[in-house]
Design a protein around this ligand. Structure first.
Ligand SMILES: O=C(COP(=O)(O)O)N(O)CCCCOP(=O)(O)O
Ligand SMILES: [Ca+2]
Ligand code: NA
Ligand SMILES: [Zn+2]
Length: 311
């Protein structure tokens, strides 16, 4: 069934388990992810960035948003697991409105690069509009280093616990993303993967909200190796180890944003298949190994986060 993201995450917060939010840009990733979630009988959050919406809509965001809603809502209403569709890192007002109008389950308003008062003001506005339309809302405090909200955040800016309390009370967001030391992409840490667990525990205590971990991909080395065997160069890639992920779930993380792991698994499968089969040109065949690797990553992640059989 097609559901509100808030429903999935309120249950996950109650039960102290994590639900992965998987990013897609096309049909094949969605199918591979869905196969994995169905096999695990897990609730499923599909999310699309603004870039994905522009990509699918050939630069018409409302068309792109409708494309994803039509594909996902229709499929969701014909399978037995709860599925939600979320706008990830919403920043452009028109694209957030397009997602709400098209029928997204939830939207993120990411104004975390603004000063605190401004982030709060913008978020309050979006919550008012989204809630009027029956759409739930995610927002963020702190910044992830690397490309973030289309602005370069040189350093990690960790969430401030007192601000988190005021922010969640004032804005009435439905689920909340505290920056605790992760970053987007495949090169998250120079040395050891260290997240600020103490800060996370305190944010859970003072907000009582379902919490979101951005930049949560593990950068699974099994697929990095396969990709590199067939010509990729992902040297120095490092993500959030599974045991660290488990720890964040224990301390209150419920939505676990995962994009890079799927991208690496897919390109590894594609490179491997094409290196061995010189004759195949049916896209339903030469993408299958890539989709199988994505499905495997999805199923492994569901086991790490504990959302299997939680439907
Ligand atoms: O927090 C995460 C997941 O991060 P990770 O998977 O890199 O760890 N996300 O929010 C996914 C970010 C997707 C970015 O998409 P565009 O390239 O279209 O802008
Ligand atoms: Ca941000
Ligand atoms: Na998000
Ligand atoms: Zn993110």
């Amino acid at each position: 069934a097609y559901v509100d993201t808030k429903d999935i995450l309120d249950k996950a917060s109650e039960g102290y388990y994590g639900v992965a939010a998987f990013n897609i840009n096309n049909m094949e990733f969605f199918h591979a992810i869905l196969e994995g979630a169905l096999e695990k009988k897990s609730p499923l959050i599909i999310e699309t960035s603004e870039g994905a919406i522009k990509y699918a809509g050939m630069n018409d965001p409302y068309r792109g948003a409708r494309f994803f809603v039509n594909m996902i809502k229709d499929m969701a209403n014909t399978v037995d697991i709860p599925i939600a569709l979320h706008l990830d890192h919403g920043n452009n007002f028109d694209i957030i409105m397009a997602a709400i109008k098209a029928g997204y389950s939830s939207v993120m308003i990411d104004a975390s690069h603004e000063v605190f008062e401004e982030n709060m003001r913008i978020t309050k506005d979006i919550v008012r509009i989204a809630h009027a339309a029956g759409v739930s809302v995610e927002a963020e405090l702190g910044q992830l280093s690397g490309i973030e909200d289309n602005v370069e955040a040189a350093e990690n800016v960790l969430v401030n616990v007192d601000e988190a309390k005021e922010f969640c009370e004032t804005t009435e967001v439905d689920f909340f993303a505290p920056a605790i030391g992760t970053s987007h992409g495949a090169f998250k840490f120079k040395g050891e993967a260290k997240l600020d667990y103490d800060r996370l525990k305190k944010v859970k205590e003072v907000t009582g909200k379902p919490l979101v971990l951005h930049g949560a991909s593990s950068v699974v080395q099994e697929y990095v190796k396969i990709a590199e065997e067939y010509g990729a160069d992902f040297g120095g890639s490092k993500g959030v180890p599974a045991d660290v992920l488990k720890q964040t779930v224990e301390y209150g993380i419920n939505k676990v944003n995962t994009d890079t792991d799927l991208r690496i698994a897919y390109v590894a499968g594609l490179r491997e298949f094409l290196a061995h089969d010189a004759k195949q040109f049916d896209p339903r065949k030469y993408q299958r190994k890539a989709m199988d690797y994505v499905k495997k990553v999805v199923m492994e992640r569901i086991d790490i986060l504990g959302s299997a059989n939680k439907i």
